[in-house]
Design a protein around this ligand. Structure first.
Ligand code: FES
Ligand code: FE
Length: 429
């Protein structure tokens, strides 16, 4: 098998001393590698389920798929947010068959076992047909082994032995805080963008953290900006890229774009100026000038390994990148906003978000086309087997300031990817 021939260590050719880092394209096309990833990564890591603001009221629920498993994010009548496996305890039919809603309980469509929103089996037809050994308390909905929340972001993990969420997030918490601290309460805006591409999931992870492609690939967007009153915006401000540990990584851009809590821009209009300036003054009062500047005047593209992206840029995109096969990926994307902001600010925020990051916006189709183009190019993988990810590695080896156009963030991802696959042992490649 191909994986046995190359192995994860050989697929990531990491030689900082010699100034290069490359990834064998086998890692992006091979279905055996994909099968290994499911076990080594998606069955082991903490994975994003949803945001607590998506289920604000008692009984509110969202059906999701995480690591191939159907789950339900469901707020109980007691106010607690739980994650359940969406499989009936009787024969396994999916209990929840709609994407979202509000319910005190759900009844399975197959034989009508009924569960309350805290997961207990509360009713079943012909219950007296069971023997005295049948104890309905033992048939509550199952849950992922680990579930936890950080600043409203709910994660689960299918490895009961895994380290806790705070330790797992590690250095990424600081950057999640910069997103969450933008207001007292952040909320996911109603509605979901879902799109798919004929490309490996890791290509889109790389792309979501890639500052190098911004100007060449998204020229249409910057040409469009030049035609508007935002034309003074210079996208190439001092930048930073960091390996946050555990495969998490971030790039930081000093680019205010049109984020309502960030720099006031002419096109925000007078009606929004007072609100924006008030928000910034409030952040300064609360956090001091330096932290307020980081929250409101810098943008960030954050990866929570393996597949959660928070791109806090033109708008705040929260994106999960889900592999379907080695060559096919589904992306689910939401946008996060300041709760209670004025309608005109919200309108401006959403316009800015969809214009750049929406699936029909001026950037995302470019990104998808680039990833699909790479995947098509990988038909030449036998003759042209390596992708280069060395940019800035000489600084990594010798010390020096990174910029977001460097590729330390992608190397952070790939090194952790390699380590998790290699941890499964040599018999798995
Ligand atoms: Fe759900 Fe039978 S499978 S009640
Ligand atoms: Fe892009």
């Amino acid at each position: 098998p191909t994986t046995a021939r190359t192995g994860p260590a050989a697929m990531v050719d990491d030689r900082p001393g010699e100034g290069f880092f490359r990834v064998n394209r086998t890692a992006l096309v091979d279905e055996e590698v994909f099968a290994e990833e499911r076990k080594a990564i998606f069955d082991k890591c903490w994975l994003y389920v949803g945001h607590t603001s998506e289920v604000p009221g008692p009984g509110d629920f969202r059906a999701r798929t995480v690591a191939g498993r159907p789950v339900v994010l469901w707020r109980g009548s007691d106010g607690r947010v739980r994650v359940f496996l969406n499989a009936c305890r009787h024969r396994g039919a999916q209990l929840c068959r709609v994407p979202e809603g509000t319910a005190r309980g759900m009844s399975c469509f197959y034989h009508a076992w009924t569960y309350s929103n805290d997961g207990r089996l509360t009713a079943l037809p012909d219950a007296d047909g069971y023997g005295p050994g049948f104890d309905r308390d033992r048939f509550s909905l199952n849950r992922p082994p680990l579930v936890d929340e950080y600043r409203g972001f709910v994660f689960c993990c299918f490895d009961p032995e895994a380290t806790g969420l705070p330790e797992y997030l590690g250095g990424a918490r600081e950057y999640l805080d910069l997103v969450a601290d933008q207001s007292d309460e952040m909320e996911v805006v109603e509605g979901l963008h879902e799109y798919s591409m004929e490309a490996n999931w890791k290509l889109f992870v790389e792309n979501s953290l890639d500052g190098y492609h911004l100007i060449p690939l998204h020229r249409t967007y910057f040409d469009y900006l030049k035609s508007t009153e935002d034309s003074y915006l210079d996208p190439r401000k001092p930048t930073d890229a960091r390996d946050l540990g555990n495969g998490h990584a971030v790039i930081t851009v000093e680019g205010p774009w049109a984020r309502p809590v960030a720099r006031w821009t002419p096109s925000m209009g007078e009606e929004n100026r007072e609100y924006i300036e008030g928000r910034r003054a409030e952040l300064e009062r609360r956090y001091g000038a330096e932290r307020a500047r980081r929250i409101s005047m810098t943008d960030r593209n954050l990866l929570i390994f393996p597949n959660l992206i928070i791109n806090d840029i033109m708008g705040i995109a929260v994106r999960t990148i889900t592999p379907v096969s080695a060559g096919r990926t589904v992306v689910s994307q939401w946008t996060l906003a300041t709760k209670g902001e004025p309608e005109s600010v919200r309108a401006r925020r959403l316009d800015s978000y969809v214009t750049f990051q929406g699936p029909g916006g001026l950037a995302t189709p470019d990104d998808m086309e680039a990833c699909e183009s790479c995947q098509e190019g990988f038909a030449t993988a036998a003759e042209s087997p390596w992708s280069d990810i060395s940019r800035g590695i000489h600084k990594e080896a010798g010390g020096g300031p990174f910029t977001a156009a460097d590729e330390i963030q992608q190397r952070a991802f790939w090194r952790h990817w390699r380590d998790l696959l290699a941890a499964r042992g040599p018999e798995h490649g």
